[in-house]
Design a protein around this ligand. Structure first.
Ligand code: GLP
Length: 265
């Protein structure tokens, strides 16, 4: 794992935008369809704004890219403003010029969510591999909505949220915890590992313990994000606050300041 420890969330946003754009453009350059894996939540927002700025001002184009979301709430009607499909359209893909038809997410409004989860996994496998997957991390170490205890080999399926995650996400539902769905469809940890490049971003002290556990703790389902230790290409971008509990912080800074010119992300 490459741990990129940076002073501010804005710095993190720029590096995540670089890493994502770099992997997408490299994949486009190889020809054929390119799949971009997107995450919702507040963590990637600065990176998304930076990608949009580059699109507007520097002509960065994602033409030919299909996007797949990590997860979705079960039970919100299609078009609900807090469904992840709507959030990502609003925050990124509309302005990036991606047709809603190429922005995919699990169908949380399906009559049979269990089947919808299988269907989504199949669709992703048929379209993939994902060239680059953006990730945030929950304060409890969750990736997507893979709560602690999730199988490290899991595939896309229905999960039940912890009460803490519902409380954390109530801010998007007018601070009404009861309005936060109890169930979700999420790519599994095994599904996420299928992407060619994983870019995780975390900022703020609330994520510090989860980041330390994911990067330097044991590989364990109790910290789902520790599964990143099994992947061959992870860029983990954190600000000083989120990196505050990393014991090898000095080494990560040393590596970053001695990166070779063409090493890339
Ligand atoms: C959410 C999402 C995750 C996200 C995480 C952290 O519930 N399902 O994909 O990474 O929790 O969210 P935030 O970035 O808002 O802290």
């Amino acid at each position: 794992m490459e741990v990129v420890l940076l002073p501010t969330p804005e710095d993190c946003g720029r590096v995540v935008a670089d890493a994502v754009a770099g992997s997408v453009l490299a994949a486009l350059g190889r020809g054929g369809p390119v799949v971009l894996g997107l995450a919702t939540g507040s963590s990637p927002l600065l990176a998304y704004r930076e990608l949009l700025r580059r699109h507007r001002e520097e002509g960065l184009s994602f033409d030919g890219v299909e996007a797949f979301l990590l997860d979705e709430y079960v039970g919100l009607p299609a078009g609900h403003p807090e469904s992840y499909r709507e959030v990502i359209r609003r925050e990124l893909t509309d302005e990036l010029g991606l047709d809603p038809a190429v922005v995919h997410g699990p169908d949380g409004a399906a009559a049979d969510p269990l089947q919808a989860a299988h269907d989504y996994e199949d669709r992703l496998l048929a379209a993939g591999p994902v060239a680059v997957q953006v990730l945030g991390i929950g304060a409890n170490g969750h990736l997507g909505f893979n709560e602690p205890g999730s199988s490290l080999a899991s595939r896309t399926r229905v999960k039940t949220l912890t009460e803490q995650t519902r409380i954390d996400n109530a801010r998007f539902f007018g601070d009404d915890v009861t309005a936060v769905p109890r169930h979700v469809i999420t790519q599994g940890l095994g599904t996420i590992l299928g992407a060619e490049h994983l870019v995780l971003v975390a900022t703020g002290e609330a994520k510090a313990a989860a980041i330390a556990a994911a990067v330097e703790g044991p590989l364990t389902a109790s910290c789902p994000a520790s599964v990143l230790q099994l992947h061959r290409h992870v860029t983990l971008v954190v600000d000083e606050a989120a990196g505050a509990q990393l014991t090898r912080a000095d080494y990560y800074r040393y590596v970053l300041s001695h990166k070779l010119t063409d090493q890339g992300w």
